[in-house]
Write a protein that binds this ligand. Sequence first.
Ligand code: BTN
Length: 254
Amino acid sequence: MNGAAATPLPRFFRLVALDTVDSTNGVAHALAAEGAPEGTLVWARTQTAGRGRRGRGWHSPPGNLFLSALLRPDALPGEAAQLSFAAALAVHDAAAEILPSGVRTDLKWPNDVLVEGRKVSGILLETAETPGEARPALVVGIGVNVAASPPDAAYPATCLADHGATADLATVLAAVARGIERWYGRWRDGGFGPLRAAWLARARGVGDPITVRLPDASLDGIFVDLDPSGALILDAVGGRRTIGAGDVFFRTGG
Ligand code: BTN
């Protein structure tokens, strides 16, 4: 793929650059099954069946970034799921680095990156089996709207170019990869605490009224905090709730 050879990726990564795939997560699963090492990084120009959270699809036109990083953390899957926060921090910091100064970036629970309040990226963590390995590998799938945003997204969407970013895809890829290495390293060295603090420092809506959409219900309440595992603590009308998965919508502007 154009630009791949010039991409200054951290040495931690081994790049697999492809043109059209069904899903970079799907390719990463296949490589994991063959025993691919930690740091394998699948990058595709476009996806024909990009996968989103909760069974949704992911709009995948050329010009946007689609990658899946294969990690092999020494942790049980429940704990390794905290790495979705590492991925969100990586994308947030890359977007802040690439966008002109003054453009607002923040995080929406659990792992969406917002630019001026609109979703610019999505993260999908999946576990992947490797025959002969006791622990599953982790596929960290990341999509970043660089040049175009989806017309019909569940949450208002945007792309980096609409806010003045001019970086090419290889540059965005390298910035995200540096962030993954940095935040994965902090998690390995210090556990979830440093990631939780960094996430809260960049988060939108803590202390504010929000709505959390669950598969079969919608909960209104105040977003109080993250618990030590990354679950959202909500002071809801019927009492305090700890929520492990859901879609957050803000009820105040700004
Ligand atoms: C979301 O619904 O917010 C998560 C979307 C994740 C999309 C990325 S694009 C690269 C990787 N490959 C996929 O099929 N999905 C993820």
